[in-house]
Design a protein around this ligand. Sequence first.
Ligand SMILES: NC(=O)C1=CN([C@@H]2O[C@H](COP(=O)(O)OP(=O)(O)OC[C@H]3O[C@@H](n4cnc5c(N)ncnc54)[C@H](O)[C@@H]3O)[C@@H](O)[C@H]2O)C=CC1
Ligand SMILES: O=C(O)C1=N[C@H](C(=O)O)C[C@H](O)C1
Length: 270
Amino acid sequence: MTTSTSTPAQQDSLVPEREEPVINVGVLGARGRMGTEVVKAVNAAADLELVAMVDDGDWLFNVADAGAQVVVDFTRPDVVMDNIRFCIDQNIHCVVGTTGFDEAKLATIAEWLEPKPDLGVVIAPNFGIGAVLLMRFAQEAARFFPSVEIVELHHPNKVDAPSGTAVRTARLIAAARRAAGLPAAPDATKEADSLPGARGADIEGVPVHAVRLTGLVAHQEVLMGAEGETLTLRHDSYDRASFMPGVLLAVREIGRRPGLTVGIESLLGL
Ligand SMILES: NC(=O)C1=CN([C@@H]2O[C@H](COP(=O)(O)OP(=O)(O)OC[C@H]3O[C@@H](n4cnc5c(N)ncnc54)[C@H](O)[C@@H]3O)[C@@H](O)[C@H]2O)C=CC1
Ligand SMILES: O=C(O)C1=N[C@H](C(=O)O)C[C@H](O)C1
């Protein structure tokens, strides 16, 4: 069903030591690239029970009927809000890897959660531990470098561009720069003599470039420059198994984290 060569132990490297009751898990987007990997990882985890696999055209109520306590969503940006609404209505915790969230959508989800104080939604643009660390390192370094650009590189079937990770990284860098009193690079992507698009997308003053290439999975570089030196931070996901420890951590933790959590940094103790 998948091409991953990782072992269950590798996929479950953040498994807790303590004994916990089994958690019933439903997967939305179960036949997709990520959903397939999640199904495999949940099946390999002794403390998780896969109770429902739902894909496009399937009956969404299957997850509720099957008694899912946590749903994992890797679907599409245009359907994920409806899925989250459904899960909240059904009192099911939601771990969401699907991309495409802006502040307005996050605020809507927080509103939906208000009357359900015990329910949790975790939305993470990237569940890869290395990618989360890259974002943190980029934030740390941002105030020391006047120039910064992001290059994200993915498989050619990716639905969105730029990636959710690149958008979040750019916003975190921009916030760190503002906090340090650095100016946003003025019109960083709009040089007078450039072909439109040649300087990438402008996200809060950070140019973001998206590469789509057969052979790639998910990769990101943050390039920072100062007089006479550059710093390059790079992360590579060569296999979708790399996202699974983060996904399983969120599935196990969400019952203890009511409300909306964006990113898995807090779950990792960062
Ligand atoms: N947060 C993270 O760590 C990661 C996030 N992603 C994101 O996850 C999303 C999915 O990526 P892939 O798995 O590569 O896409 P994919 O296209 O392989 O899979 C999406 C699946 O969702 C299904 N689907 C569509 N509408 C549905 C609905 N209403 N209900 C249930 N299933 C539905 C599709 O039929 C498909 O099987 C994208 O937004 C991607 O950016 C991908 C990798 C890692
Ligand atoms: O679609 C993908 O593949 C990925 N999507 C996420 C994103 O948009 O950031 C995470 C990772 O980059 C893989």
